[in-house]
Design a protein. Structure first.
Length: 291
């Protein structure tokens, strides 16, 4: 298939390389143009704009940071909407507002262009390894057509409902994982204050009900008090704001999520917005008197 990728950050580059290596014809575009080079070296074509990248494509994947970025690359003056052929499917794999997703889909639909919202979970590791969890909203026929591409990028690909349902499902994911980051930081801080061997503690609790992706993959960050980039605090904070906005619309209370968002506010204000989200542990360590 002819597949276009727009957005080659920490997630998009691994995803696009996996689709390219699977034998599909891939065109890429990124606002910071040098990020296209790694995929181009493997055989991808480069395009000067989202509009040009979308020309002739069957599947157009967008993976950018926030709602305004999606609106710009899809609906802007040089956006996908002006280049994509009728019948093409735009798969937005960013994490953005469900309401904005529905508005973008409506605009594309007027041009005969289909849309799926398909946000992901699994981090850069999952993007590189093709093991992402992908939650998809949109028409079932469009989902079936796009499924062979989605299955290259994800281990778990689930059609969860109509357009926008993918983004709501991702909000649920971020709500749950935010609490996990916080409680992992709290539990490990308790162990450190007690003077325990934290590698042994992590090994012990990883075999029981407390086991989680966060504990396995990010617990050691809290122990070492170093937070190398996986998923930025400021992007996770953006996701939580989407979740909180959606909860207000639906009259759902999210006290734990609001607390984590406030902790992240403090981290961002202190210059830690580009750290991995496990830097929530930095705040808990400091409040616990751990250096």
């Amino acid at each position: 298939m002819k597949v276009t990728f727009i957005g080659l950050g920490t997630m998009g580059i691994g995803m696009s390389l996996n689709v390219l290596k699977a034998g599909h014809e891939v065109t890429v575009h990124n606002r910071t143009r040098q990020k296209e080079e790694a995929v181009a070296k493997e055989g991808a074509k480069r395009a000067d704009s989202p509009r040009q990248a979308a020309e002739g494509a069957e599947i157009i994947v967008t993976m950018v940071s926030d709602t305004p970025d999606v609106e710009a690359v899809v609906l802007g003056e040089e956006g996908i909407i002006h280049g994509a052929p009728q019948g093409a499917i735009v798969i937005d794999m960013s994490t953005i507002s469900p309401a904005a997703t529905r508005q973008v889909a409506e605009a594309l639909g007027k041009k005969g262009i289909k849309m799926l919202d398909a946000p992901v979970s699994g981090g850069p590791e999952g993007a590189q390894q093709g093991t992402l969890a992908i939650m998809v909203g949109g028409d079932s026929a469009d989902f079936e057509k796009a499924l062979p591409i989605l299955e290259i990028m994800g281990k778990t690909v689930t059609h969860v409902g109509p357009i926008g349902a993918g983004q709501i499902t991702k909000a649920i994911n971020q709500i749950i994982i935010s609490g996990t980051y916080l409680t992992v930081a709290e539990g490990l801080s308790l162990g450190m204050k007690a003077g325990l061997d934290m590698k042994k503690v992590i090994a012990a609790i990883s075999g029981g009900a407390a086991s989680s992706w966060v504990l396995h993959n990010r617990g050691i960050n809290v122990v070492n008090n170093t937070y190398p980039l996986g998923f930025r605090v400021k992007l996770h904070h953006k996701d939580l704001q989407i979740a909180l906005d959606t909860a207000r619309e639906l009259a759902v209370t999210l006290p734990a999520t609001a607390l984590v968002a406030q902790i992240e506010n403090g981290l961002i204000a202190r210059g830690y917005g580009d750290d991995d989200v496990s830097a929530i542990g930095r705040s808990i360590r400091e409040q616990s008197g751990l250096k």
